[in-house]
Ligand binder design. Structure first.
Ligand SMILES: [Zn+2]
Length: 88
């Protein structure tokens, strides 16, 4: 379960990093172009971390922990077997 927790942490950290990242890039270079580049990089990183966490498998049932068919839900329980994120 540590792997899933770590991947979720990266994903949520990326979301939280959005505001300070845009603020910093605005301070360093307040042009539309550099802001757009920063935003573009952030979207790519978010996409990678989202994909990375989505592909984490549940250690109990072996299915994707956050993904059930086409739905991607960041719940604290496995979407297949209800295994809790803090279960050992
Ligand atoms: Zn499961």
């Amino acid at each position: 379960m540590d792997l899933i927790r770590r991947r979720r942490k990266y994903f949520f950290a990326t979301i939280i990093l959005y505001m300070p990242l845009m603020w910093v890039s605005n301070k360093i270079s307040p042009t539309f172009r550099s802001m757009a580049i920063t935003f573009g990089i952030w979207v790519v990183v978010l996409f990678i971390t989202a994909l990375y966490s989505a592909l984490a498998r549940c250690p109990r049932c072996g299915h994707y922990f956050h993904m059930n068919g086409m739905s991607l839900l960041y719940l604290r329980r496995c979407l297949h077997c209800q295994n809790h994120i803090n279960a050992s």
